[in-house]
Design a binder for this molecule. Structure first.
Ligand SMILES: Cc1ncc(COP(=O)(O)O)c(C=O)c1O
Length: 509
């Protein structure tokens, strides 16, 4: 397909989208684009074999997020309307019947009616969530390289843990087996609040702690408890797609706020509406890894106080801090009670445990515990009691210490082996804490394409650009190292370097 034709396709799509916007104002953009492309294909305006514009080019031309375009393309691919040729692009598949035939006429009628193409059983908010989100792919039987966010499960002291869990199931408090409504086992709240005061300088009494079944439930509970449908919420950009999903599903109006080296930079966008919630990862920005500076922390606390906003501080992995003393949490600096601290046991224990917690200001605990009981019920009390024992006996702190040194070593292996295989050190972001690094790609390499090629070689390296909600995404890869054995890191780094170099060569021809 030559450039001239490609340009016409973009312009035609622009015009079609404007028209469709007037006719269906409430429809999410990804669905709108999908419908339009599908209709144009069925009508024959986009002929079989024609190449669609690159996702980034189309996103820029239509002034929409690239994720939106990717969703539309993916949906069309699943339904057989387009086919993706690796490393080349997306082409219209041969789906049309000959124009004069009966089948061709029937097809045209279908296209003109423009039926709702996406499964009608799903709600609009489910489509919004599924359409805007990127989920890390799963591959069975791989080495785990470089799945972000997964700790070293093989190194978890499973036998000791099993013994504790069995013990708690043998001698359960009878109320644990009923419908408890305490916001979690008291002993766990006591052990956790002590741990958080000591290691994170939190202002925290056991009564302020609510145990949840994971960060997604924490976010859902907070969104439902503190916002109404349509309320404004600020999120970091790039940011955590799990938070984006939960807040979108709760009906929030999301505002992606750029992140710089000092963290959330809301002052760069002076016309933003004051939000009800501000979701941030100040101790280890997800995914870039920066730490929010003290002046920014103070300014954000002052802003939240002045505008009655709630700050949701997600401190998901900073137990694994590699340099200097542990960082104090933002919540510890807040003397106005506007910060809600969120943590998870997924990284320090294992993700399948499904336990997390929030620490809320006085006055919020009781209503949120009651809401939690109404919306989701509570449970897993014997497991929570085992966790309390794990913390209280010092096994938790000892496991963190061991994993911290293992993860630091694995991070070094990743840095060195990728630099060796590439012949030069790549540009890294983050690394002072956590379980992953971000590497930025040289000009001209498309992170989504590179990530897809790596997946074909059984390597997971999510594209950085898919973690942006706004425009102007940077190109990079997220590389999780904590759960990958050293030898596997080295092998996977060599494959990554091969694909990276090949992508660079293609970009330069
Ligand atoms: C920013 C962030 N918050 C929280 C979590 C943990 O969530 P969960 O408690 O659902 O495992 C993750 C996991 O990767 C994360 O990246």
């Amino acid at each position: 397909m030559v450039m001239g034709e490609m340009k016409v396709a973009v312009e035609a799509l622009q015009a079609g989208l404007v028209l469709d916007l007037q006719q269906n104002p409430g429809m999410p953009m990804n669905k709108r684009l999908y419908r339009l492309l599908r209709q144009r294909i069925l009508l024959g305006d986009l002929p079989a074999g024609a190449k669609l514009p690159a996702t980034r080019q189309l996103a820029d031309a239509l002034n929409i997020a690239r994720n939106t375009v990717l969703f539309a393309f993916e949906q069309l691919q699943v339904e057989g309307f387009v086919e993706t040729r690796t490393g080349d692009g997306t082409y219209i598949a041969t789906t049309r019947m000959p124009a004069g035939s009966a089948a061709g006429k029937a097809q045209r009628k279908v296209a003109e009616r423009l039926p709702d193409p996406v499964a009608p059983v799903l709600s609009r908010r489910a489509h919004d969530v599924l359409g805007q989100q990127f989920m890390s792919p799963r591959i069975s039987g791989g080495t785990g390289a470089f799945m972000p966010g997964v700790p070293a499960i093989d190194d978890f002291p499973l036998l000791k843990w099993q013994r504790l869990v069995q013990q708690m199931h043998r001698l359960p408090d009878r109320t644990w087996l009923s419908y408890p409504r305490e916001g979690g086992v008291h002993e766990l709240k006591v052990a956790l609040s002590q741990h958080l005061r000591l290691t994170r300088a939190l202002q925290c009494r056991p009564e302020q702690v609510i145990i949840t079944s994971g960060t997604q439930q924490s976010l859902d509970l907070l969104a439902r408890g503190l916002t109404d449908h349509g309320d404004d919420v600020w999120l970091e950009d790039p940011g955590y797609n799990g938070a984006r999903s939960a807040l979108l599903a709760a009906g929030s109006t999301l505002h992606p706020i750029p992140v710089d080296d000092e963290g959330l930079n809301w002052e760069a966008s002076p016309t933003l509406p004051a939000p009800r919630l501000i979701y941030i990862t100040p101790s280890h920005q997800y995914p870039m890894g920066c730490v929010m500076s003290l002046p920014r922390r103070r300014a954000l606390l002052a802003y939240a106080r002045a505008h009655d906003s709630w700050i949701l501080e997600d401190d998901y992995d900073s137990e694994f801090r590699y340099h200097g003393p542990p960082l104090a949490a933002l919540q510890g600096l807040d003397d106005a009670g506007r910060t809600i601290y969120m943590g998870t046991f997924s990284k320090v224990m294992y993700p399948g445990l499904h336990l997390a917690y929030i620490v809320v200001p006085d006055g919020l605990a009781m209503p949120l515990i009651r809401l939690q009981a109404r919306l989701y019920r509570e449970g897993q009390y014997p497991l929570q009691a085992a966790l309390a024992e794990f913390l209280g006996s010092g096994q938790f702190a000892s496991h963190i210490r061991k994993m911290r040194s293992l993860y630091w070593q694995r991070q070094q292996v990743l840095r060195h082996s990728l630099a060796d295989a590439l012949g030069e050190a790549p540009m890294w972001c983050g690394g002072s804490a956590g379980l992953h690094l971000v590497t930025l790609l040289p000009e001209g390499i498309d992170d989504v394409q590179l990530s897809q090629r790596l997946l074909q070689r059984r390597i997971i390296a999510p594209a950085l650009s898919l973690h942006y909600g706004g425009a102007h995404a940077r190109q990079g890869l997220m590389l999780g190292y904590a759960g990958v054995k050293e030898a596997d890191i080295e092998t996977a780094a060599r494959i990554l370097a091969e694909e990276w170099t090949a992508a660079g060569t293609r970009a330069n021809v």
